[in-house]
Structure formats: structure tokens, C-alpha cells
Design a protein. Structure first.
Lengths: 114, 160
């Protein structure tokens, strides 16, 4: 098993599951991380998932797939997904895909757009 | 890697002042190294950090395409060539070529459309080419089915 350059810390409290992602999200790391995240989501059944992205140094469009896959999963489970503190580059990639208005984004606990 | 900073040869559109070639097997674990290597090579022109970040992202997309699509069920070689070119106005540009000998793209125009993907089941977003085009000045794609694909990224690095 090759080492992934992305890892996360998770915290579950009051029905809210927060994933604090760290490192780089690319095709290689997304494949590893998504399985682990899905396992936690399905086990804990949160009403809300927060993806904290301030610790992400790099993301390409594989990260889009990772995030939208978890967004779809939460929709199916009747919950919500929020991105927190994505950097400008990450927001740009979302806007290129036309998803800028679809996903909830928060910056430093201040709501930016829904 | 050739560290010779003298003018190597004249080419239409600008003189090549430095060049790097890299060959990597199409293993996903190599994606990070490929974009880091290209970015590090372009850093010699002292471009703004945002330009290097753009290059890292675009190279990552192109290399991922080789791995996920070009060599889908196999492992092959990815050839990356980076040329630093001296522009007419004294600035420098990077010409980054990412080449595979994989299955090729049947319809390049279709592949370049935003959100188009042949691998939705693996959460591919279909945004690879769109991201490359957004972060580079120009993107050229040549492909032949059964032969392979070559992607060329052009990116202005600095003024002088």
C-alpha cells in the first residue's frame, strides 16, 4: 500500500462530523481518503458533515470528485455538507465546474455563499 | 537534467534557455513528484508563487489523465519535457509537454468539454482539461487512438 499524501483528523459532536483535511488532495490521495471518510459517515450517520480545508496545501480536480461524492452521500442520507476555509484556488475550481453556488462554503465561521 | 543556462538552440517563437526531461511510470503515487519536479524547474525564473501553483495544478491534471485514462488497465511510461523559453520581450515562458503512449482520445473536442468524463463511477469530475485551460495561457492536445496523447501547456513565467 503506497503512502497517501493526504490525511485527516475527525471529530464527531452533536450530530456534526468534522473532517479536518491535511496535505494534498489529488487522484492518488482521494482514492484512499474517500473510503475511510465514507466508512465514518455511514457508521456515525451525522446530520451535518464539515470539510475543513485550511490545512490543504494543494488540490486539483480530483478533490472536486472527492467533495462532490461526499456531498451526494450526505444528500442520500438526508444531511448536509459544508466546506470550510477553502483557499482561492479551490473556490476557483468549484466555480469552473459551476458548483460555486451549489455547495455551502464558510470562511472562519462567517457564511460566504450557499 | 541539463543545468546549462546558455542558449541551447534557436526555435521559432523563442530561444530555449533550459530544458528538463522526466520519465515516470503511470503510477498514481508519482503524481505528486511530477508536479513538484516541474514546478521546481520553473522556479528558476523566479515567477510569482501563484504561477507555480497554477503549473502544479495543470501538470497534476495532465499526469492524472495519463494514469486514469491513457493507461487505464495497465502501466506505461509518461514523458514530461519542460522547456524554459526566452520571450521576445525579455520575459520567460514554460512549455510543458506531457506525453503518453496509451489508448488515445477518440474525440478530443468532446474530452475537453467541462464535466465530460468516461469514468464517473470513480468520482472523476471531468474537469481536467478545463482546469488546465484555466491555469495556463494555452493548452494544445494531440492524440491518436491506439497510439497515445500529447498535451502541451504554455505558461508565461515572468516579465524580465
Amino acid at each position: 500500500m503506497t503512502r497517501s499524501n493526504c490525511r485527516y483528523e475527525s471529530r464527531f459532536e452533536d450530530g456534526v462530523l468534522e473532517f479536518r483535511l491535511l496535505g494534498e488532495i489529488d487522484h492518488h490521495s482521494a482514492v484512499n481518503v474517500r473510503t475511510e471518510m465514507d466508512e465514518e459517515i455511514c457508521r456515525l450517520r451525522p446530520s451535518k458533515v464539515i470539510l475543513e480545508l485550511c490545512g490543504i496545501e494543494f488540490m486539483d480536480s480530483s478533490g472536486l470528485g472527492l467533495i462532490m461524492g461526499r456531498y451526494s452521500l450526505m444528500q442520500r442520507l438526508g444531511g448536509t455538507l459544508t466546506l470550510r476555509n477553502p483557499n482561492e484556488r479551490i473556490v476557483k475550481i468549484f466555480e469552473l465546474a459551476g458548483l460555486g453556488r451549489m455547495i455551502r462554503i464558510e470562511n472562519d465561521s462567517k457564511e460566504v455563499k450557499k | 537534467m541539463n543545468g546549462n543556462s546558455q542558449i541551447m538552440k534557436k526555435k521559432r517563437g523563442g530561444e530555449i534557455v533550459n530544458e528538463m526531461k522526466l520519465r515516470l511510470p503511470s503510477l498514481s503515487v508519482n503524481e505528486g513528484m511530477a508536479r513538484a519536479a516541474v514546478s521546481a524547474f520553473c522556479a528558476q525564473c523566479d515567477p510569482p508563487m501563484s504561477e507555480l501553483a497554477d503549473i502544479k495544478c495543470a501538470v497534476s491534471e495532465a499526469v492524472t489523465n495519463c494514469i486514469v485514462h491513457g493507461y487505464r488497465d495497465t502501466v506505461g511510461d509518461i514523458y514530461i519535457t519542460v522547456k524554459i523559453i526566452s520571450d521576445d520581450d525579455g520575459g520567460k515562458s514554460a512549455r510543458i509537454e506531457i506525453k503518453d503512449n496509451g489508448c488515445g482520445i477518440p474525440d478530443v473536442e468532446q474530452a475537453r468539454m467541462p464535466l465530460y468524463t468516461t469514468d464517473a463511477q470513480n468520482e472523476r469530475s471531468g474537469m481536467g482539461f478545463t482546469v488546465m485551460e484555466s491555469f495556463c495561457d494555452k493548452v494544445k492536445v494531440r492524440s491518436r487512438c491506439g497510439k497515445g496523447t500529447t498535451v502541451v501547456l504554455l505558461k508565461r513565467l515572468c516579465r524580465r
